[in-house]
Design a protein around this ligand. Structure first.
Ligand code: BGC
Length: 769
């Protein structure tokens, strides 16, 4: 596939300006630091097509639900991370002629994302009028070391004239979401201040009443020397600006440093916001742009030291995996358990920045293996804190006795999704949350988490599965009716194999952990039983009965698990039979045609085999993979990665590689033609997993790391970092050998294939393949 963006190991570059690609580029070049994010909108005025986007993590608005046909149980609102006050604005004009890439004559344009150091750069030349050509170079970053800070270096050089350059440096809180349901604006001004060289706006969100203070301060240098200036100030509702003119001669350069601090009532007291921002700006200016940039780069270096993946011999794959790791850490750093990871992070409005099952199923394993265990723990605590709301949510749907149904889409624990087949039926999300608890504990060994928080969540989930399963006299088995699995191209099906598997597994995992706690800390168990009102004698027998007698459909000749009851009655044809001009089917076919077809949006049975692979032998995985993958259209960004991992597992490295490329370059090559709306942040984690769990074959089995390394023939080598119970290690795979470098002091016991090895602390070890 031809890439629009240039390939490089650490950079993503756009050469030449293409207005029709601008929205895509704005998404690709987004920057963020887990606390805020910014699309790659231009600082200067741009009258062409764009999606303006500045986002502050955790600051959301409950936009009143809009549905055609209301159903009882629908939520009242959809929470949206808001388009927040625009802090990047710097308008420039030359002798009254504005620099505007839409109208000015652009003779060169280069936009670069530096993933190693975490910044966005632009350099371009424009002729704004006859003999009035200027060159602009910008660098922008949002600080990883001081997350409230956004910094811009904006340089203007005269190429061929002597004259006046006018600047307007501004903050604009009069912004709106393009996806607003009723065309409303969500911000109201609280206060504003402006003077020459600085300005602050405090705005609050309607309904949720988050106060956000955005402050700016700036310096100007001419040919390297600070210039004093007297700016004219402008102040109107939700807007402050400084305007001033400076003279310039041919070849001279003016550099503007814009310092911005954004603080909100999420972390600061309302009454102090203005003072706090003011102080932060003074501190930032005292440090200066270069020092702040150095500190920021050092933080990125720390992140890369434990998360980088190096691929030798394939620059396209190398760039892609770094791009994905980069955006994951830009979206979430794990410092704050109130925050989570929206499917599009801070790169667009779609999905509202809300939390989906994507976090537990896809992103959690990435952070468990690359980051401090606190990060995974915070992701779990986020759900723990929403337990009460999940119990209320289940109660609204008619469940009782502390049964918890986590929302499909949420910001604060309340359900936001409003399509019945998803809201009420995609209950498999509950299973992903249970799986994440298990995954966290097996990676970190943090049993305390299980005792103090995890088990309480599991009890709520187990109670839900117990009530959601009903007994069929006809089958003499328990059944789960009317669900939608991860494959959203089937709705309201009975006995979705994946959902039934999760239900049974959650029930038995909960019982197992209740028993363990009973043995290890009976006092804690007692208080947990009291807190949850769980009476094991009353509830346990039903749970055990469901575990023993759940219905699972199996196709007896091929011995594959049935995605759902009745699946075999469909016309079973491969996805390759769909004409190319009808793909993706979700953009070409009516919904009923999709539902009647056998085509699978994303892994369903196979998603289950990925989670619980250790319970199945290779033949079973292969049979199911060979049966379902050909019918899968991979129209969810989450699909290819799981299939790639399973393809590696069954030794089908060609397929694994093909699917890996698709998942890893999904956004860079815009496979789904929707990058203009934002990036697929959660699926990015899947592409990393396709290397580590796929090609590297990393598993945690019986409290040990296991590797089953393979290497695509296109690669000379690849290496990745991973963590396991306080041990950080690096794995490098070539076609001849696997090298394990233990970077910690503790010894690492692991399996490579079926053989056991010990790698002592701070040492390395090679195994010939
Ligand atoms: C997928 C869901 C996913 C959502 C957000 C949908 O297209 O089918 O599984 O949770 O996107 O990524």
């Amino acid at each position: 596939m031809k890439s629009y963006f240039k390939k490089h190991e650490w950079l993503v570059t756009e050469e030449g300006f293409n207005p029709e690609m601008n929205r895509e580029a704005e998404s690709i070049f987004s920057i963020g630091n887990g606390y805020m994010g910014q699309r790659a909108n231009f600082e200067e005025q741009y009258s062409g097509d764009k999606l303006q986007g500045s986002y502050v993590a955790g600051v959301y608005y409950p936009d009143k639900t809009r549905v055609g046909w209301w159903k009882n149980g629908y939520p009242e609102y959809f929470a949206k991370v808001l388009n927040a006050p625009n802090w990047i604005g710097i308008n420039v004009s030359v002798e009254g002629n504005p620099v505007d890439l839409h109208t000015s004559e652009v003779s060169s344009f280069l936009r670069t994302l530096n993933m190693k150091e975490g910044y966005l750069e632009r350099s371009f030349r424009v002729k704004v009028a006859k003999s009035k050509t200027i060159e602009i170079n910008t660098r922008r970053f949002v600080s990883m070391s001081e997350p409230d800070l956004g910094l811009i270096r904006y340089s203007v050089r005269s190429v061929d004239f002597e004259g006046k350059i006018s600047f307007k440096v501004y903050l604009d809180a009069d912004v709106k979401n393009q996806d607003t349901n009723y065309g409303k604006k969500f911000w109201k001004e609280v206060s504003r201040e402006v003077k020459s060289g600085s300005g602050i706006i405090v705005a609050r969100t309607l309904k949720t009443n988050f106060h956000v203070a955005t402050g700016m301060s700036f310096d100007i240098l001419k040919n390297g020397n600070k210039v004093s200036f007297k700016a004219e100030t402008e102040s109107r509702d939700k807007f402050v600006a400084n305007s001033f003119d400076l003279s310039i001669k041919k070849g001279e350069e003016l550099v503007l440093y814009k310092y911005v601090s954004i603080l909100s009532t999420l972390n600061n007291a309302k009454e102090n916001l203005t003072g706090d921002v003011d102080l932060r700006l003074k501190e930032a200016k005292a440090k200066g742009f270069d020092k702040l940039f150095d500190d920021h780069v050092k933080e990125w270096a720390k992140i890369w030291a434990t998360s980088d993946v190096i691929i030798e011999g394939d620059v396209s794959a190398q760039q892609a995996v770094r791009f994905n790791i980069f955006h994951l850490y830009q979206t979430y750093t794990g410092r704050d358990e109130r925050l989570n990871i929206g499917p599009k992070g801070f790169t667009g409005e779609k999905y509202g920045g809300s939390t989906y099952w994507d976090t537990e199923a896809f992103v959690m394993p990435f952070f468990l293996k690359t980051a401090d265990p606190k990060v995974g723990r915070n992701l779990l605590l986020y759900r723990y804190k929403h337990l009460e709301k999940s119990i209320e949510n289940a109660a609204k749907l008619g469940f009782k006795n502390g049964a918890a149904l986590y929302p499909m889409v949420t910001m604060n624990g309340e359900e936001c999704h409003n399509e019945w087949e998803i809201t009420f039926e995609e209950i498999h999300r509950n299973g992903a949350i249970a799986f994440a608890i298990y995954n966290y504990v097996r990676h970190t060994g943090d049993k305390e988490y299980m005792a103090d928080y995890g088990l309480e969540v599991l009890i709520g989930l187990a109670r839900f599965w117990s009530q959601r399963s009903t007994f069929s006299k006809n089958l003499n088995k328990y059944v789960i009716l009317g669900v939608t699995g991860p494959n959203e191209y089937e709705n309201n099906v009975n006995n979705n194999w994946y959902t039934n598997t999760l239900a049974v597994w959650t029930l038995s995992y909960t019982l197992e952990n209740l028993d363990i706690l009973g043995k290890e800390d009976n006092g804690k168990l007692k208080s947990l039983l009291k807190k949850t009102g769980l009476n094991p004698e009353k509830e346990r027998p039903r749970w055990e009965d469901i575990i023993k007698n759940m219905h699972f459909g199996v196709e007896s000749k091929l011995k594959v698990f049935l995605q759902q009851d009745g699946f075999l009655d469909k016309e079973l044809v491969p996805a390759s039979s769909i004409p190319a001009d009808e793909r993706p089917i979700n953009q070409h076919w009516s919904w009923d045609r999709i539902l009647r077809s056998c085509f699978i949006k994303q892994g369903d049975v196979l998603q289950g085999l990925y989670f619980f692979e250790h319970q199945f032998d290779t033949d079973a995985i292969k049979r199911n993979f060979d049966y379902y993958e050909p019918m899968t259209v991979h129209e969810s960004s989450l699909s290819a990665s799981i299939h790639s991992i399973l393809a590696s597992r069954i030794g089908n490295i060609r397929k694994a590689y093909e699917l890996y490329l698709r998942t890893s370059r999904l956004d860079l090559d815009d496979y789904n033609k929707e990058v203009c709306d934002g990036l697929h942040i959660t699926s990015m984690a899947g592409s990393w997993l396709a290397i580590v769990e796929g090609f590297g074959g990393m598993r945690i089995i019986n409290d040990k790391v296991k590797l089953m390394p393979l290497i695509p023939e296109e690669w000379k080598s690849y290496s990745f970092h991973a963590r396991f119970r306080g041990i950080l290690f690096e794995v490098k795979v070539t076609s001849k050998e696997t090298l394990i470098r233990n970077l910690s002091d503790k010894k690492l016991e692991l399996l490579i294939g079926e053989k056991e090895y010990v790698v002592n602390g701070k040492s390395e070890f090679k195994v010939r393949m």
